[in-house]
Design a protein. Structure first.
Length: 276
């Protein structure tokens, strides 16, 4: 059976196998925290310094090569030190999206692998459109809740999971203690790959949404279902459709992410030791 066949036939077994491979390659039996870096976030991770290990994701069981600009497809292992404390961080530089048409299993394989590798905390990042007109391009926003307009879930069968505290209040409080200027918002999961229409954005705003993007929610649900705490940070890389009247494009998303990379990298580095 090939790696991809295992992913679709027995996704948790594939995740367990990939986690075992990570442990063997890195020399660390477990990792403490995992970070999934979304569009435009890749350079932010440079704040952590040199990784102790790096490989292409597709070298590991179940992982597919990246298909979207701004996602390098690398998996890295870091040691983040704070005094006598050392936190082992597993970093995924990119992700698979639902709109790629490869099904749900590749979308959540990274976070499932991370939990099987011992990670108790999953930090998800993304680039998003700002529905809330008070948000500025380049502004990071903590996700406190979501609205799924895809109705897609990585869970199958009678798996009834409470999502009341999906985005951990404890973790959000820790991050806000490091940067009190951070706001919280409600994120809409949009399948894509088309951007939203102005009318759709008006509908979302009426539903109480602040942000809209094409990732994060399935991963958050999958990680939560396996017992991990989830923290999610959106980077507003453009105003959502109809907010300014300007057209939307992916190049704008990447550019805004790179411009905010220094601030975001410093924030991530400062909070990682406190999240564990």
């Amino acid at each position: 059976m090939t790696s991809t066949e295992l992913l679709y036939s027995d996704p948790l077994k594939a995740a367990t196998q990939a986690a075992s491979e990570i442990a063997e390659r890195t020399g660390f039996a477990t990792h403490d925290i995992a970070l999934v870096m979304g569009s435009g976030w890749v350079t932010a991770i440079d704040a952590l310094g040199e990784p102790v290990y790096e490989c292409n994701a597709e070298e590991l069981t179940g992982f597919l090569p990246p298909a979207v600009e701004g996602h390098s497809g690398k998996v890295r292992s870091y040691e983040v030190k704070d005094g006598d404390k050392t936190v082992r961080a597993l970093v995924f530089l990119g992700r698979t999206h639902l709109y790629e048409g490869k099904g749900m299993e590749p979308v959540v394989h990274g976070v499932r692998t991370a939990v099987k590798a011992g990670c108790k905390v999953i930090l998800l990042t993304n680039a998003c459109g700002g529905i809330n007109t008070n948000y500025k391009v380049g502004q990071p926003v903590l996700i406190r809740d979501h609205i799924s307009l895809t109705a897609a879930t990585p869970l199958v069968g009678a798996t009834f999971i409470d999502l009341t505290d999906l985005y951990s209040k404890r973790l959000r409080a820790i991050v806000k203690s490091a940067d009190s200027s951070l706001e919280e918002g409600v994120y809409v999961h949009w399948r894509g790959p088309t951007y939203e229409t102005p009318a759709e954005i008006l509908m979302m705003r009426g539903m109480g949404a602040d942000l809209v993007g094409m990732s994060t929610v399935p991963e958050a649900i999958a990680a939560h279902a396996l017992g991990a705490e989830v923290l999610a940070i959106s980077l507003v890389t453009n105003a959502a459709a109809g907010v300014t009247g300007e057209k939307l494009n992916h190049e704008e998303v990447i550019a805004a992410g790179k411009a905010a990379a220094t601030r975001m990298g410093a924030l991530i580095k400062s909070v990682i030791p406190n999240l564990i």
